[in-house]
Ligand binder design. Sequence first.
Ligand SMILES: Cc1cc2nc3c(=O)[nH]c(=O)nc-3n(C[C@H](O)[C@H](O)[C@H](O)COP(=O)(O)OP(=O)(O)OC[C@H]3O[C@@H](n4cnc5c(N)ncnc54)[C@H](O)[C@@H]3O)c2cc1C
Length: 441
Amino acid sequence: MTTRGDSIEQLGKRRFALLVVGGGIIGAGIAAEAARAGLAVALVDRGDFGAGTSSASSKLIHGGLRYLQLGDVRLVREAHHERRLLMHVVAPHLVRRLPFLLPLYRNGPYGQLTIQAGLVLYSALARSRLHRLAAPARARVRVPSLQVDGLRSCGVYADAVTHDGRLCLANLRAAADRGATLLNYAEVRELRTVGGRVTGAEVLVDGSVEAISARTVVNATGPWVDEVRRLEDPSASATVRLSKGSHVLLRLGQPWTAALAIPHDDARVSFAVPWQDMLLLGTTDVLYDGAPDRVEATEAEVAQILDEAAVAITKDVLRPDAICSTFAGLRVLPLGRGATASARRETVLHRGSAEMLSVAGGQTHDLPSHRARGSRRAARRPGLTPARSGALSTARSRRQRRGGRRARPALAPARGSRLHSPRGPLREPCRERSRSGRERP
Ligand SMILES: Cc1cc2nc3c(=O)[nH]c(=O)nc-3n(C[C@H](O)[C@H](O)[C@H](O)COP(=O)(O)OP(=O)(O)OC[C@H]3O[C@@H](n4cnc5c(N)ncnc54)[C@H](O)[C@@H]3O)c2cc1C
């Protein structure tokens, strides 16, 4: 077993092909893919692995129902493809299918016909057969504390839920198993440059400074992305804006077999998700310009979350004394104007003046493409040839080129992309899946 001391020694002695700064889901995914491709990889995080945004999400692996409303069918199709990859191939032990109810109240923002049409299209893109309207009594079988006063019906569809922190750790474990050197509580304080190119970093570890040498440095520091970019170029202007999202976790003494997606207006939906025997409520969405380290859920936000949940959940479940914990995270959004709730959740990629690659934003379900795209872009440096190739999206785009634009990408990730062993101890059979692997209504 590698000890912390071994990792510190390796970081100082080895010359790495790739140094990833940030051990959230993006950095972990890139490190796992690059190590799988045969590169010598180092990854450091200044805190605990996955302790930033990657454990503060809504835990959903979804296709993005709201993008249909914006007319972005391509984005929804891609998100569903990546969700299927995660659920059936990459991490079936950590990504579980979950039915969702979208309650339609008499004074709500949507009509039944609009929702029915949207769900048919959404489910077709998801290749799922679950899309219908359920009467209140039937919906209450799945969600016992559903508020039925004024309820006309519920739209029913399927998405998936995960344990975001464990998904991040599973990627780090895969990277370590393939020879990557990982270290937490190791903060990048300075970047090293030779001939105008970033060639490593100075890292503060246990009170002393270690120099790490690497041909390519990837900045995957989420909400801190611009802070680390300014180590490369102190005058660099912002590339992203941040939006704060808070959540509440409640004790749940009832068997919910579906989650709720509660629409509040034509842009915002809040969720109530049964998770780890608790009920996860959220989230808020407000522009944030404070220090990323200080983000936390305020009392006003907790009150707002409980009020919004009360639109569709009976009050007995939403008691303040049933709150187990609250947490907040920061979404990284491309620069732009207007409300953050209607901003696209896109990945922002930036190549700096000294060649450091910064990757931030997007969603957890983008993991298969982050892994492929980040490691491929990082490898696009002179003298950096991975020993093995065949990243997910490379395989996919070749197939699409051969079959033309309409060819459907198959569920065929590159060898070694799985985060579980089919016979290994981590894998649990996914009860909701039929034997053929198709989603069951
Ligand atoms: C409220 C909310 C809800 C969300 N819900 C969903 C959802 O339901 N489904 C979904 O798919 N996505 C969701 N997301 C998006 C998803 O959580 C993020 O896209 C993802 O977690 C981003 O991961 P990351 O690795 O970029 O950032 P992070 O997880 O924040 O990781 C960045 C890491 O960099 C480290 N770091 C910073 N500076 C340094 C330094 N100088 N040296 C070393 N390390 C450093 C930090 O310690 C941190 O661990 C949500 C996001 C939010 C905020």
